[in-house]
Design a binder for this molecule. Structure first.
Ligand SMILES: Nc1nc2c([nH]c(=O)n2[C@H]2C[C@H](O)[C@@H](COP(=O)(O)OP(=O)(O)OP(=O)(O)O)O2)c(=O)[nH]1
Ligand SMILES: [Mg+2]
Length: 134
């Protein structure tokens, strides 16, 4: 299929910050696209869902938190060749619960200055740059 006709997958992605200003990241599993890369938690927006709804559902499923508010952060379109994605990244501004790798995935809080040392998917570079420029 040519690049023109490929359909991008819309993904809701959450940037979660704690009181110290650290950011929560998880490592992707071996059977997933972009296996073993670190990521900001999130997942595909399903039919009939808004991005905030998808974000709340995914973050409950993946890291066990309840998101009550989020704000647009940035939007990135990226073509991996095998898959085209549109990342709708939201800053999670209010949540309850303590983030943890609920599906057994490695996860941790990382100081913003150390994010560049993590192996993220190629699409994520502008997210890290924006966080470090804030
Ligand atoms: N969650 C997340 N996905 C990202 C990031 N960067 C990036 O390129 N992606 C890509 C990888 C995947 O192709 C897609 C996200 O899909 P996903 O695998 O998380 O979707 P999902 O949670 O619904 O998972 P699944 O049930 O299909 O395993 O977006 C990121 O920081 N976070
Ligand atoms: Mg996911």
């Amino acid at each position: 299929m040519s690049t023109d006709t490929k359909k991008a997958v819309l993904v809701a992605v959450g940037v979660i910050e704690n009181a110290a200003g650290d950011i929560f990241v998880c490592r992707r599993g071996e059977s997933q696209h972009q296996a073993f890369k670190w990521e900001f938690p999130g997942g595909k927006v399903e039919d009939g869902e808004t991005v905030p709804q998808a974000l709340a559902r995914e973050l409950e499923e993946e890291i066990g938190i309840q998101v009550s508010d989020c704000a647009p952060f940035m939007r990135i379109e990226h073509d991996y060749g095998d898959k085209q994605v549109t990342l709708d990244i939201r800053k999670v501004t209010a949540f309850t619960g303590e983030p943890h790798g609920r599906e057994g995935q490695p996860s941790r809080w990382v100081p913003v200055s150390e994010l560049s040392g993590y192996d993220f998917p190629a699409a994520n570079s502008p997210i890290v740059a924006k966080l470090q420029g804030e």
